[in-house]
Ligand binder design. Sequence first.
Ligand SMILES: Cc1cc2nc3c(=O)[nH]c(=O)nc-3n(C[C@H](O)[C@H](O)[C@H](O)COP(=O)(O)OP(=O)(O)OC[C@H]3O[C@@H](n4cnc5c(N)ncnc54)[C@H](O)[C@@H]3O)c2cc1C
Length: 601
Amino acid sequence: MPSYTAPTRDARFILNEMLDLAGYAHLPGFEMATPDVSDAVLGEGGKFCSEVLAPLNRTGDEEGCTRHDDGSVTTPAGFKQAYGQFVEAGWGTISAPEEFGGQGMPHALGFALEEFISSANQAFGMYPGLTNGAVSALIAKGSQEQKDMYLPKMISGEWSGTMNLTEPQCGTDLGMIRTKAEPQADGSYAVTGTKIFISAGEHDLTENIIHLVLAKTPGAPDSTKGISLFVVPKFLVNEDGSVGERNGVVCGSIEEKMGIHGNSTCLLNYDGAKGWLVGEENKGLAAMFIMMNAARLGVGIQGLSQAEAAYQNAVAYALDRRQGRALTGPAEPDAQADPIFVHPDVRRMLMDAKAFTEGMRALCLWGALQVDLSHKAETEEEREKADLIIGLLTPVIKGYGTDKGYEVATNMQQVFGGHGYIREWGMEQFVRDARIAQIYEGTNGVQAMDLCGRKLAQKGGAGIQAFFKMVGDEVEQARGDETLGPLAEPLGKALAEQQASTMWFMSNAMQNPNHLGAGAHHYMHMMGIVTLGFMWLRMAKVAQTKRAEGADDAAFYETKLATARYFMDRYLPDVGAFRRKIESGSDSMMALGEEAFATAA
Ligand SMILES: Cc1cc2nc3c(=O)[nH]c(=O)nc-3n(C[C@H](O)[C@H](O)[C@H](O)COP(=O)(O)OP(=O)(O)OC[C@H]3O[C@@H](n4cnc5c(N)ncnc54)[C@H](O)[C@@H]3O)c2cc1C
């Protein structure tokens, strides 16, 4: 059975040493996240994840969720008790606003804990994860009455939340939504339609489930311009805040799926369910985007989380399993064979995973800090800059983070050889669970198009220019330094390749938009690598300073510097290949017609 230890040392390094959260103590909420408090949160939260959630990962996968004839759903054994402990300890409230009962601490700290939860048990983590997305949308667009009615209990975890976008005929193209919302005399709406694939759509963990549903009002434009957002509680809420009558929404079935079996993926039938408009009519997509942006960062963390959990187990296996001899001669001559850890090909997979997980953790927590700064920084200019940067990087964190997270999970399975394919070792579950993150919250193809088709051009390219400057400045500062210079130089070259690809899009995509579509995936990956390179350079800078100061834990800092070198050696060269793919355009990709794809007997 796989095991999991929360990587608290690395999270502390990023939060306290690289991001220096204490340096932001003048901003609201940050003053509470002193190194002592954040260490305690990470320590205790990590323990809860390792000791309570991780042991339920495998059993939850095997048992799955059960739908009963009345439409109710039972989660796997142990989930309800664990959820009770989660709520009691307040793990879901860390970065939620104090106004509604949260602890108001930085998202950077909340995200660190989110990674641990997801590594320990992704299916479990999705229940509070979906609630977070729904909370963000209600905070941004809900009326005061809606906020007061729903937020305190959603934030405490007594109630959970869902996002209802997908219907059988529409996933990516939400303009095709058919769910209807008819206005009623009392100001509510009667919501009717079928939503599919709704994560955490029905379960036994909470007293109430607050569904956020996209639907169209009568006469609304039949496109994305006609979508409105509604809040539809499973149980209507009485004036005193208690749970009342059952609403007209029922789980028709739960999906049989590849992974995340402990999370109930539901088909929900809405039959004249009572709902209330959130925000303005026909502006539902904008409201939903708020929810999706929060959720997309959470899904990026899922990519990291499965890679990390799989990596920890692969390291233990590689040190234990003996096969063959080291190429340079027996490492342990007295034993019949050496541990597979000695083989460069095994080490390639482990180093690749280590460089990704630590780099991606830094990116996720730094990204979460940008979310904090976009709300709380002192000046409008700083808030706008943080907002621009995190808006630009959200599709990269989601798309690159989950593509690479999945690849790492399969490589960690590969370290186990045939045993990785056998259920007993649990490695195949990491692969199955990691796979969904590339698909939901907008497929990674859609993330790539969001990045290249929307974000690059937003505000006249201000976001990407700010990104180039930020990375370029870091490279310039490091040039000439004995340790950092050799890391900065290849990063500077990779940045130049990305800038050239950006220019290529600007010169060619107007005349043929397929050129943009054909290169978008590669651009997203190229930017993911450059961004992780930027994180590694920053981590190396901190490690070098600590080393020079003679700080304790010297091995930790030496390891950071060595891993930074690996990243620059082994990840950055791919950026040039991506550039060449992008610059080959779309002609050969789009040349063949339908008939050429038919299989001839
Ligand atoms: C386990 C699970 C949980 C889910 N949870 C939720 C949930 O909680 N709430 C919810 O509302 N939905 C949920 N979903 C639905 C999920 O978000 C959608 O499946 C996803 O957005 C893709 O939609 P689709 O399946 O209809 O695929 P399609 O939109 O049909 O896409 C098919 C393929 O075409 C590509 N494609 C489509 N349009 C474009 C385009 N314009 N440009 C480039 N490529 C394109 C896609 O990238 C994809 O490769 C869940 C799905 C699963 C499997």
